[in-house]
Design a protein. Sequence first.
Length: 116
Amino acid sequence: MKSEKPEVARGSGNVFHDLGRENADAEQFKAILAAEIITTLDRELLTVRAAHSRTGIAAADFSRIRNADLGRFTVDRLMSILNRLGSRAEVKIRVRRAGMIAGRWKRLSPNRALSA
């Protein structure tokens, strides 16, 4: 059996960009907020029902967040949930040209790059 080395590719720092998702920045931001909510729940040993009692947010919403089912959540809603749990988010925004990711051109398809 021949042993082949797996090909390693350097990522952009945003897995959603690497997967070609249309709203990659928003999806990554939502994932970061959801991870912070989950960290808070775990740190304070809160069940989804206890989190509901504390915040008034539906227990089902906390279950969705725990399961990374974030499609129905906006960034604003996730920040509100985090605030109700007693945390504050600080957001810093850096604007770059749309086609550039970490100094490289983002690919639209395997055959063509974005043009400036």
